[in-house]
Design a protein around this ligand. Structure first.
Ligand code: HEM
Length: 245
């Protein structure tokens, strides 16, 4: 009873409070640090692959979680989606998304540990969050593929999902978590730990999609060469873009 309250009511709300208050604090006191702290100039090759795989994968995973956890089972059934259809979608769609995401985070974590320049210039929280994401995604994939293929179907849409909706609607029912298998529980607890740490890590960049890039003016790089600098200035005064020189 006590553990149920602690794990499935108190802990999630403490982490969600940290998530909200932490973002407000960081936004007010650390605007200059509000960045993904790109390490691209230290190592490009594996970052490119790791980053693309991770970001494409995680967007698909997010979509799957929204449907699987926030849309009630009764609603998906009402629009004609049977249990079999849902599970096939979760295994093939979720499995594919999970594999891509796991490949991406594995490359990113390996790079962070093995490339010295990235390792020594990164912070402890960078390493911690990469490691937590790796474990979280590994467990998620195990829940999607491991359980369904080797242990047996888990109908989390009658337990875990309504519990989560209860948390979000401020009406938690921890009893719903009693029958949930261990790795689904751990996956959920790790997720809330990540939410609590989120505002204190580079993950804040998620809220700063650089849409400005699409409409900002050119950044003009001027040549050090004096003669060339004069040419560029002259071209500018005739309103020719420097890239055309
Ligand atoms: C409260 C938060 C979360 C809950 C309740 C939750 C729950 C679940 C459940 C039930 C599954 C199995 C889906 C299925 O087999 O149909 C799953 C899979 C998965 N989860 Fe989560 N999850 C949460 C947060 C996260 C987070 C934060 C990440 C990553 C950063 C993540 C990554 C994954 C991945 C990669 C899979 C396997 C692929 C997929 O089915 O989408 N989850 N999760």
């Amino acid at each position: 009873m006590f553990w149920n309250q602690l794990l499935w009511v108190i802990f999630p709300y403490v982490m969600l409070t940290l998530f909200i208050v932490g973002h407000i604090y960081r936004y007010n006191y650390d605007q200059f640090g509000w960045t993904a702290q790109s390490s691209e100039f230290m190592e490009k090759k594996s970052l490119k692959w790791g980053s693309i795989l991770f970001h494409v994968g995680i967007l698909m995973v997010l979509g799957g979680h929204l449907v699987g956890l926030l849309v009630p089972k009764a609603l998906t059934e009402a629009i004609g989606m049977t249990e079999e259809m849902y599970h096939a979608g979760a295994i093939f769609g979720g499995g594919f998304a999970g594999i891509i995401t796991l490949a991406g985070i594995s490359i990113l974590l390996f790079r962070r540990v093995s490339v010295k320049r990235v390792r020594v210039t990164g912070s402890y929280t960078d390493m911690l969050i990469a490691f937590l994401l790796f474990l979280e995604i590994l467990m998620g994939l195990y829940n999607t593929l491991g359980y369904n293929l080797f242990v047996g179907e888990v109908d989390y849409r009658t337990t875990l999902a309504p519990w989560l909706r209860g948390i979000l609607l401020l009406n938690p029912n921890p009893a719903l978590m009693e029958e949930v298998p261990l790795f689904f529980k751990l996956h959920t607890l790790f997720a809330f730990a990540i939410f609590g740490l989120w505002p204190f890590t580079r993950l804040v960049h998620v809220w700063s999609i650089p849409l400005e890039y699409l409409k900002r003016s050119y950044i003009i790089y001027r040549s050090r060469n004096a003669k060339r600098a004069v040419q560029i200035r002259q071209a500018n005064s005739k309103s020719t873009h420097p890239s055309q020189l």
